[in-house]
Ligand binder design. Structure first.
Ligand SMILES: [Fe+2]
Length: 363
């Protein structure tokens, strides 16, 4: 199985993972042949990439960090709560708390060392899917930072609620695809304060959760918003959320444009650590993010193209790969051509290949 952009499908592949709608109903089953009519339907849903099974990716399994049921349920609850708040109703804390407990249990009980946070999203579920993904990353990161379970839970709740203030912003602003004007940007930047005001009097919500919603767009250098706080004036929990929030936005962009490779997004975090982001938090975050996701196509330093089959949590840049094509000699390799980069130190990954691999092979 591997993740590919929809425009690279040539009709010979089958769907690797089922596609669910926002309410968890199955739109497409795994194993379905990806005919042009199906691809068109996926485009209409705002999906731009999917998991496929094909010859190159045979035998590679990609685990979801959360089971589909938990993930869908979490998205539905976040959507329901945002709708309630937009109708001036009060938040149902117990429902959200139940969701956070379930996500916490799933992640912490599996002792996950890495989180693959590449997401397949439909246009109408972007905000909810983003909140759930940030929640997953924040739990994994807070756990890596050895925080206590109650603290991790407060941060996870802040992650689920971090953009809840957007419930009170006009839909036309949230769904605008063109660049925002200055006044629209100012309007959008009110969402942390709006979100904080929505939860500040809730007796069940912890102070950590409240403050992390308020401060999740503050930057260490004081150039964030809404209060332009700097350094450790920004609550530690908010500094954790900022890293997860910006990383998810970089690799799972809401308009499916300008989506960075994980390598580029990690480089951005490292480049900005110490002035935008808290360096000690970024240092731990990059230890749980696989730079080359399993199923990624990569170019090796010996000129051979390979697919990542197993990540190595001790060194994310040196996974186990399966070589399948040499573009110089136009040689295809058998599936037994496995290279463990942890031990094969003379070879390294030069970069991930995002272009259509079938076109390269058939040149
Ligand atoms: Fe936000």
């Amino acid at each position: 199985m591997r993740l590919v952009a929809l425009d690279q499908i040539n009709g010979k592949e089958v769907l690797g993972k089922p596609i669910l709608d926002v309410d968890g109903r199955k739109l497409l089953n795994s194993g379905v042949s990806l005919r042009p009519a199906i691809i068109q339907k996926l485009y209409e849903k705002g999906i731009s990439s999917i998991y496929i099974d094909d010859d190159i990716s045979e035998g590679i399994e990609i685990d979801s960090i959360l089971c589909e049921e938990t993930k869908t349920h979490a998205k539905i609850i976040v959507r329901e709560e945002m709708q309630r708040l937009s109708q001036k109703k009060t938040m149902d804390y117990s429902k959200l708390s139940g969701v956070v407990d379930k996500i916490l249990d799933e992640i912490l009980s599996r002792k996950i060392e890495m989180v693959n946070v590449k997401d397949i999203r439909m246009q109408d579920e972007q905000t909810f899917a983003h909140s759930v993904n940030v929640c997953v990353m924040a739990i994994a990161l807070a756990s890596k930072l050895s925080l206590t379970i109650p603290k991790i839970k407060s941060i996870a709740m802040g992650a689920l609620l971090h953009d809840i203030g957007k419930a009170l912003l006009p839909a036309s602003l949230l769904h605008k695809t063109d660049a925002l004007t200055d006044s629209e940007t100012a309007e959008m930047q009110k969402h942390p304060v709006i979100g904080y005001n929505l939860i500040k009097d809730n007796p069940y919500t912890s102070a950590t959760t409240k403050v992390s919603v308020l401060m999740h767009h503050e930057h260490i250098n004081g150039n964030g918003y809404p209060m332009k706080l700097s350094g450790d004036k920004i609550h530690y929990s908010a500094r954790i959320l900022t890293v997860c929030d910006e990383f998810d936005t970089a690799i799972n962009d809401k308009k499916n444009e300008n989506v960075l490779r994980t390598t580029d997004a990690v480089e951005y975090l490292i480049g900005a650590s110490g002035h935008v982001f808290d360096k000690s938090i970024v240092d731990e975050f990059i230890k749980i993010i696989p730079i080359y996701n399993e199923g990624s196509i990569v170019l090796l330093s010996n000129g051979i193209i390979a697919i990542v089959i197993k990540n190595n949590p001790v060194n994310m840049t040196r996974p186990v790969v399966r070589a399948f094509y040499n573009p110089k000699t136009k040689t295809k390799y058998s599936k037994t051509n496995i290279i463990d980069l942890r031990t094969e130190l003379s070879i390294k990954i030069l970069r991930e290949i995002k272009t259509n691999i079938n076109e390269i092979i058939n040149q």
